[in-house]
Design a protein around this ligand. Structure first.
Ligand code: 57M
Length: 359
């Protein structure tokens, strides 16, 4: 909004010319979202506590988690407010991709809110039935992917990191592929959110990576120089990703160990869905598996654990899945598991950015 209000004044006040630059608006979207989370955090924690919206901790989890019972949850509402507000303030609101990613974020936030509400407020311990949750996620994913596919200039080729010449064109099947990326990322982030700051840290790292990837994908000269697919208008997603980064840092201020607040599904699902959608729009879908390698490994640990359990009639690969619980049960203190996962997330992000040059 500020872009539309203030940039036109640059003919009178040249200082407002700065609003034309995506880099400037990305930085201030990030700082705005950070400030919103920082300033509203204590109030949100107090309100959730007053309303007794405290985490129900399952008894079959690691023993150390028992002390977490009652921690205020659904803090994702603060994340969503910060991200949407900062984006509306600083992004170019005539950009189609900005509205697509906001549609995704708010839709998945609503799914997560319903699940949390049923579980934490109505005390229906299982929340929204898993099948219903996944069906709605797939429906929203198909809608978003379909809206992108319907764009005349939308490219249905899939870029492969490191392989410049390889970009298979999926045609209409790209809609299914994009939906899989979005739904898969949302649920992988959801599974990862099982220790203090364990999800929001890597989400913030991934969002930082996609600030860079969005900017270069939307810059015709840089995209040509790097020989990556140019996606006109995708650069504006750097502003949205900047808001993700700021909100993530602001939320981590309170979600850091020992957490004063959990994000809930109302936070984890939209964060993952948004990252998946940005990856699809900027044509960096497969590299998301590298950027979000922590989420991939956490999800795979569950898949392998459940599969092995069924095939061997009760034996386990890990002490407990997702993988973070395995290390907890091996005796690693929670903060050590968390920070080591963050370090790996940063390494994977650096490798992902390096794929821009290694082609
Ligand atoms: C999402 N939710 C956390 C919090 C957060 C199929 C199976 C792998 C599913 C999986 C599952 O239930 N996943 C749900 C993970 C939960 O966190 C809440 O959920 C929101 C995110 N969606 O915002 O509101 C618990 O995580 C802890 N937590 C923190 N700090 C945080 O900042 O400590 C969360 C955020 C919270 C809190 O204790 O209560 C979760 O873990 O449920 N199931 C599991 O992950 C379970 N694993 C399991 O059953 N493994 C089996 C099979 C099925 C693979 C096995 O290994 O044999 C574990 N989780 C629980 N109990 N709760 C272990 C058992």
């Amino acid at each position: 909004m500020l872009y539309h209000l203030l940039y036109p004044l640059h003919t009178t006040f040249s200082v407002f010319n700065v609003f034309r630059y995506i880099t400037f608006r990305t930085i201030y979207a990030s700082l705005t979202a950070l400030l919103i989370c920082w300033l509203l955090g204590p109030w949100v924690i107090r309100k959730l506590t007053e309303r007794q919206i405290g985490q129900y901790v399952r008894t079959d989890g690691p023993p150390a988690h028992k002390t977490k019972t009652g921690t205020p949850t659904m803090g994702g509402l603060l994340l969503l407010f910060a991200i949407v507000t900062a984006t509306l303030l600083w992004a170019d609101l005539t950009n189609f991709f900005v509205w697509i990613v906001l549609l995704m974020t708010i839709s998945y936030g609503a799914i997560g809110f319903l699940d949390d509400y049923l579980m934490q407020v109505k005390k229906e311990s299982r929340g929204l039935p898993g099948r219903i949750k996944i069906v709605i996620q797939v429906a929203v994913g198909l809608l978003v992917a379909g809206l992108l596919y319907a764009r005349p200039d939308f490219d249905t080729r899939v870029s492969v990191p490191f392989l410049k010449q390889v970009a298979p064109d999926l045609g209409w099947a790209y809609i299914l592929f994009a939906t899989m990326v979005i739904v898969g990322t949302a649920n992988a982030v959801n599974l990862t959110d099982g220790l203090d700051g364990l999800a929001i840290g890597p989400v913030t790292v991934a969002a930082t990576t996609y600030v860079v990837l969005s900017y270069v994908a939307g810059h015709v000269k840089i995209a040509d120089y790097l020989q990556i697919q140019y996606v006109a208008g995708s650069g504006e997603l750097a502003v949205f990703c900047g808001a993700l980064v700021g909100a993530g840092m602001g939320f981590l201020w309170y979600n850091a160990y020992p957490a004063q607040i959990f994000m809930g599904d109302v936070g984890s699902l939209p964060l993952g869905g948004a990252l998946g959608t940005v990856a699809v729009i900027t044509k960096h879908e497969i590299v998301l598996a590298l950027v979000g390698g922590i989420f991939v490994v956490e999800a795979l640990s569950v898949i392998f654990q459940v599969g092995f359990f069924k095939v061997t009639n009760g034996r386990r690969i890990f002490k407990m899945a997702p993988l973070h619980h395995h290390f907890e049960l091996k005796g690693w203190p929670e903060p050590k598991v968390i920070v080591r996962f963050w370090i790996i997330a940063i390494i994977l992000s650096l490798l992902a950015v390096s794929t821009l040059k290694l082609r």
